[in-house]
Ligand binder design. Sequence first.
Ligand SMILES: [Zn+2]
Length: 51
Amino acid sequence: MRLTHVLDGLRCAVCHTVNGMWLDPVRGLVECRECGQTALTVPVPDARRSL
Ligand SMILES: [Zn+2]
């Protein structure tokens, strides 16, 4: 069973690698396999904020 999934189209904010991010459902975060940058995947509650 595969626990990680490649996130298509997602770009790393640090090294700008596209399709280099993968989701770690155990830790609930996204990690870049190129530079090791991690980012939380928790939905932003303030998403409805718009111009
Ligand atoms: Zn990166």
